[in-house]
Design a protein around this ligand. Structure first.
Ligand SMILES: Cc1ncc(COP(=O)(O)O)c(C=O)c1O
Length: 374
């Protein structure tokens, strides 16, 4: 294993790519990137590129229809839910959800399993009455709660949770069973595994991790929940307005939506969510095995029973060694491995598009690094 890069930046050819472990914006499937190159030039033989089309023309109608259809197929949802493509990132949802679904006399419950879930809770608190149904901060968010640890208020308007915690590398194995509308942030794992999409009243995901470039948020919302939305919300932040206008109440970000459609078709062509889950489990196992078999050299952040297969956070017993690890990984053409500043260490984000071969290379590097520095 070389300790310095065989290819310096100046020697790199334009088509040479390195392993991208970034948590987001993140890796996209290569066939999708290749297709986008054509579509930027000329979308479906229309003579106009996807970046240049009117969002109301028939080519973009087709983009919306096909993306929505593929999304419905993947999520297994029919008429019960609306599919929307919105803006303002997942953080925008932190505000839109209480604005639409938290009436003044009610309380909304939040399960706090990490930084993003906490931000959602805090934003909810700026807009209405919120209740913390679980707080994992005492153990630095190294696990998620079981159903019996979630303590709901009486009759909450909804319960919000985050299924995969991007920073801490934890996830819910299954959706928490609660007796109120369920709202889930799936930003860092959307369509990485089969999931009970129809069992939720609202599912959302910022696209820039597993679905598309930044600029769009995918939202699946039950019609039952939409019927309860408050009317005193500005149009631009109202779910029913976006649903009624097929996500074209205003000029939508067509490029990330088109990319998302190509990603959905790629997932379907590769075998769907079961196959994504099989691959993701296999990839993550390689890295977790390297951590578990390192004799304590690598320390995982997450409890074993709730390990994320998308974001794998770990460290050594010394920040200096972590720094050295990251420097040498960079020299070995592995980028984006630096852990989030709140917990330090390393984080390997291995979304759907990340190849198993890349995980094998990381494992080889980890083993060699532990051997020479242990
Ligand atoms: C789980 C989760 N939710 C929300 C966000 C915030 O996303 P955005 O930057 O699109 O607002 C992130 C960003 O990393 C995330 O990982």
């Amino acid at each position: 294993m070389p300790t310095t890069s065989p290819i310096s930046r100046t020697q790199m050819t334009h088509d040479h790519r390195i392993l991208n472990f970034s948590a987001g914006p993140a890796i996209l499937p290569e066939p999708v990137l290749k297709q986008l190159q054509e579509d930027i030039w000329n979308l479906n033989g229309s003579g106009v590129g996807v970046l240049e089309h009117s969002h109301r023309g028939k080519e973009i109608d087709a983009v919306f229809e096909e993306t929505t259809e593929a999304c419905r197929t993947l999520a297994g949802i029919t008429d019960s839910h609306e599919v929307m493509f919105l803006q303002n990132g997942a953080s925008g949802q932190f505000a839109m959800i209480p604005m639409n679904f938290l009436p003044p006399a009610r309380t909304a419950d939040y399960v706090i399993t990490g930084t993003w879930a906490k931000k959602a809770f805090e934003e909810g608190g700026r807009l209405g009455q919120v209740h913390c149904a679980f707080d994992g901060s005492e153990t630095l968010f190294n696990r998620v709660p079981g159903d019996d640890e979630i303590s709901l208020s009486s009759d909450p308007a909804y319960m919000h949770y985050c299924s995969n915690n991007t920073i801490y590398g934890t996830r819910f194995e299954t959706m928490p069973k609660v007796d109120c509308p369920s709202v889930v942030d799936m930003s860092s794992e959307m369509f990485s595994r089969p999931w009970d999409y129809t069992g939720h009243d609202l599912v959302y995901a910022g696209a820039q991790k597993n679905l598309a470039p930044a600029g769009v948020v995918l939202v699946l919302a039950s019609k039952a929940l939409l019927d309860t939305a408050r009317k005193d919300v500005p149009n631009i932040l109202s779910y029913p307005i976006h649903a009624k206008n097929d996500s074209r109440y205003h000029t939508p970000p067509v490029f990330p939506i088109h990319t998302m459609g190509l990603v959905f078709k790629w997932i379907l062509a590769e075998g769907g969510l079961e196959e994504m889950a099989r691959r993701n489990e296999a990839k993550a196992s390689l890295i977790y095995d390297a951590i578990d078999n390192s004799g304590g050299f690598y320390i995982p952040h997450s409890d074993k029973n709730c390990r994320s297969v998308m974001n794998l956070s770990f460290k050594t017993n010394s920040p200096d060694l972590d720094k050295k690890f990251l420097e040498e990984a960079t020299a070995n053409e592995m980028s984006g491995l630096k852990g989030h500043r709140s917990i330090g260490g390393m984080r390997a984000s291995i979304y759907n598009a990340f190849p198993e071969e890349g995980c094998r290379r990381l494992v080889e590097f980890m083993n060699e690094f532990a051997r020479t520095n242990g």
